[in-house]
Ligand binder design. Structure first.
Ligand SMILES: O=C(O)[C@H](O)[C@@H](O)[C@H](O)[C@H](O)COP(=O)(O)O
Length: 254
């Protein structure tokens, strides 16, 4: 039985700082029980701001990063190092620091292959998705498609998308654990995303959203709107789903 919690913070800055503290203590709790710990990161302004808050937190030194694996819920299909890649922004905000000074093995950072990357030398979002799915499966319990992610973080767009799962898009019903995306309404148009099946494998799913422009879709998702219109409604954790909002994004939720 999955439980749901809605937590509202006064503004985006406090939301990012609180989510960073929550992530660090959740990783600490998880690694006191099992290793490795798997965390899925998100792109977007609040997602990256949360990583910067982790980098600024003294609590980061309490985590044994050698036993943590980091993944992405989605990625823009752009060349390695492109400033618009979620990976690039995450490395700049936090991951480079964790690798350089806190013992996070570089091999534990599982980037989604961009054009020309990876052993498969991918050329399309579908090839990248397939390569990413193979890596996910290689780190899963035998027979499972993806690891049992301890925490899977998601931002939410004003249209209610999470990861790169957009309203009325084919990705909503994609089989398997990953999918290639074309025609994304949020640029760039080509992306790679986890599917809802992969998202649902997470013990905890955290949807982190700030801003009045998210209020209508946050309220729609929380009241159970159709997934074709508000994909975030299907972002549910196996054990727990947290909606972490600022007051503006929560302003239409009753
Ligand atoms: O690749 C991406 O763009 C993100 O993964 C995307 O899903 C993002 O999290 C939402 O669009 C929210 O973004 P903002 O927090 O910037 O509104």
């Amino acid at each position: 039985m999955s439980t749901r919690l809605v937590v509202v913070h006064p503004d985006a800055g406090v939301l990012a700082a609180a989510t960073a503290a929550r992530l660090l203590t959740r990783v600490l709790d998880a690694q006191s029980v099992h290793s490795p710990v798997h965390v899925v990161l998100t792109g977007g302004t609040v997602g990256i701001r949360t990583l910067a808050e982790v980098a600024a937190s003294p609590l980061r030194t309490a985590v044994d990063w050698s036993g943590v694996h980091l993944w992405w819920g989605d990625e823009r299909f752009l060349p390695a190092g492109d400033p618009d890649r979620n990976e690039t922004q995450a490395r700049e905000a936090l991951l480079d620091l964790l690798v350089a000074e806190h013992g996070l093995p570089a091999a534990n950072v599982h980037a989604v292959p961009g054009p020309g990357e990876g052993p498969a030398d991918v050329t399309t979002p579908e090839e990248s998705a397939a390569a990413y799915a193979r890596t996910l499966a290689a780190h899963a319990v035998p027979g499972e498609p993806v690891p049992a992610f301890d925490v899977l973080m998601l931002g939410m767009g004003p249209d209610g998308h999470v990861a790169s799962l957009f309203p009325h898009h084919a990705g909503l019903e994609a089989p398997g654990s990953t999918a290639g995306v074309h025609g994304s309404p949020k640029p760039p148009s080509e992306r790679v995303t986890l599917t809802f099946a992969a998202i649902g494998a997470a013990q905890e799913v955290w949807i982190v959203a700030a801003g009045a422009e998210k209020a209508a879709q946050a309220a729609a998702a929380l009241s159970g709107g159709p997934v074709t219109q508000v994909p975030a409604v299907r972002a549910v954790g196996h054990r727990r789903t947290l909606w972490l909002l600022d007051a503006a994004a929560a302003s239409e939720h009753r």
